[in-house]
Design a protein around this ligand. Sequence first.
Ligand code: ZN
Length: 160
Amino acid sequence: MEIAAYRVVLIHYTLKDEGGAVLDSSAGGEPLAYIQGHGNLVPGLEKALEGKQGGHTLAVTVAPADGYGTRDESLMQRVPKRALQGSGEIRKGMQFQARTEAGMRLFTVTGIAGDMVSLDGNHPLADQTLYFDIEVVSVREATTEELEHGHVHGVGGHHH
Ligand code: ZN
């Protein structure tokens, strides 16, 4: 069975950056389970996997525009500490959900100077070309329940 919309796909993946450093990998653990066509993967990877079958291995290069996007300087913001009240002590690297014109976004604290906090709403992998090594483990039809929930049940997915 080939990968097509609304099918459950199990993959093993290794994600590397331009320099070949491993950023993320499923090796040694459960494969990643996702529903094709649900936007669970970055668009460039989902597109490359369309039509592939179980047992297939492939290397996929994903440009930033089809990956985690390009950096948007307007998402670099400075806000007073009091705007983040209720979050306890603010430290570099902490993350906050905030509403923007483009919907909810995750902001990371990149610096603290006096009463001002610098926040970056860009994805940490924005502007980066992504290098994936993929092994398609299996492909099957999604159950009605999985499509209703929007996620996979069983191996690599939710257990409930
Ligand atoms: Zn569920």
